[in-house]
Design a protein around this ligand. Structure first.
Ligand SMILES: Cc1ncc(COP(=O)(O)O)c(C=O)c1O
Length: 397
């Protein structure tokens, strides 16, 4: 099937909820992807921060194929080797003690919220149910995580929303304090707001949050679904801040493209959950966890977080020049290879023009170009990206 045929069949049969570009992806290798008409693209979207190792990384493909030949699924009624191996690697390389696996970012966040609420009950705080999240955040599309997402436009039409959520402005300490009261059970935020437009949290804000949560026995949740797994230049973004949250959620890059989510926590908080409190049929399935183990091995062996930091600095330096050079470029934000270029104009036309020139980029929050390529892109690929994008800026700015 070609692009047009796939699109036509999709329009007939697939629910119309995505604003899709009119191409169909059929093959990927490293930092490149090909559509059904044979066109090749340099991929600076990376499956929205999923393909941290690039497309079809041989180690991930091999792990999936070997595992598929051995055992694809059993059940969490039993111990599963690749699941416990992945959990052990995550524990060993973080400040957490226990891991629960689900299937997506939203499901990881749902689990984190449930654990925070259960922890409050376990500690005897019967009327502590509220979770405070940040304005402009993004935590998922299930009913609870949609409610946690601090964007009114996403709530419209889905009321009644889940009870027990409040919102505060990001990086605004005084305003956050106004929301905290005796009913506060947890505070949940992204260390860098990704979908909201690539806004990093200030370190001082995070440190104050940690102190507040310690003083009041409130659970601090970091949603690292997008920032986790090396994206910001450290394996986990919390490692930039000098503090450790009580719960961290992961998904996206954890499986290198295999659908997996997870939340990690400390033994102190994990004690609130007993058998039967949470679960998932597919969560921690042997197949996706085998992919996760391969991702972790490559990430650690090839020092991909460090590589992301170095390439990110290289790109940021060029972006900074563009802020002076092009009227339509207002600023650059982000860490590692989660970078945003703030525009003075809508970004959709730039995305389309880049596509026509064989470069995939993404626009978020209307006017922010977001770049989330594989963490192992080469300098030559980074230069190719800069050349194409600058040629488009020359046209439109
Ligand atoms: C920070 C953050 N949390 C949660 C999610 C939801 O993840 P999923 O789409 O896997 O449910 C996303 C997805 O973009 C995200 O960026």
């Amino acid at each position: 099937m070609n692009n047009a045929e796939i699109k036509a069949l999709g329009e007939q049969c697939c629910l119309n909820v995505f604003n899709r570009l009119p191409i169909a992806m059929v093959r990927g290798e490293g930092s490149y992807v090909w559509d059904a008409d044979g066109n090749k693209y340099l991929d600076f979207v990376g499956g929205i921060a999923v393909n941290a190792l690039g497309h079809s990384h041989p180690a991930v493909a091999e792990a999936l194929s070997v595992q598929a030949g051995q055992l694809i699924h059993a059940s969490n009624l039993y111990w599963l080797e690749s699941q416990v191996k992945l959990a052990a690697m995550l524990v060993e390389n973080s400040d957490f003690d226990k891991v629960f696996f689900g299937n997506s970012g939203a499901e990881a966040n749902e689990g984190a919220i449930k654990l925070a609420r259960k922890y409050s009950q376990y500690r005897g705080y019967a009327d502590r149910l509220d979770v405070i999240t940040m304005n402009n955040s993004f935590h998922g599309r299930t009913l609870a995580t949609l409610t946690a997402t601090g964007q009114d436009k996403m709530h419209k039409g889905f009321e009644p929303l889940a009870a027990g959520f409040k919102y505060a402005p990001y990086n605004n300490w005084e305003a956050l304090l106004e929301q905290v009261d005796e009913h506060t059970c947890a505070i949940m935020l992204e260390p860098v707001q990704g979908e909201g437009g690539v806004y990093p949290a200030e370190t001082e804000f995070l440190q104050k949050l940690r102190r507040l949560c310690d003083e009041r026995d409130i659970i601090l949740i970091f949603d690292e679904v997008q920032t986790g797994m090396g994206r910001t230049g450290k394996l986990f973004a919390y490692q930039h801040s000098g503090i450790v949250p009580d719960i961290m959620t992961l998904a996206k890059a954890l499986g290198g493209g295999a659908p997996i989510g997870a939340f990690l926590t400390t033994d102190r908080v994990a004690a609130a959950f007993k058998p039967g409190d949470h679960g998932s049929t597919f969560g921690g399935n042997p197949l996706v966890c085998a992919a996760g183990v391969a991702v972790m091995q490559v990430m650690l062996q090839e020092k991909l977080p460090e590589m992301a930091a170095a390439t990110g600095d290289y790109l940021k330096a060029r972006f900074a020049e563009w802020v002076d050079k092009y009227d339509c470029v207002l600023g650059v934000r982000g860490q590692g290879l989660l970078l945003g270029l703030q525009l003075a104009i809508p970004g959709a036309d730039i995305v389309k023009r880049c596509l026509d020139k064989g470069l995939l980029i993404n626009c978020t929050a209307g006017t922010v170009l977001r770049f989330i390529p594989p963490l192992n892109i080469s300098r030559a690929e980074a230069d190719e990206f800069l050349t194409v994008l600058e040629s488009v800026l020359e046209e439109v700015c």
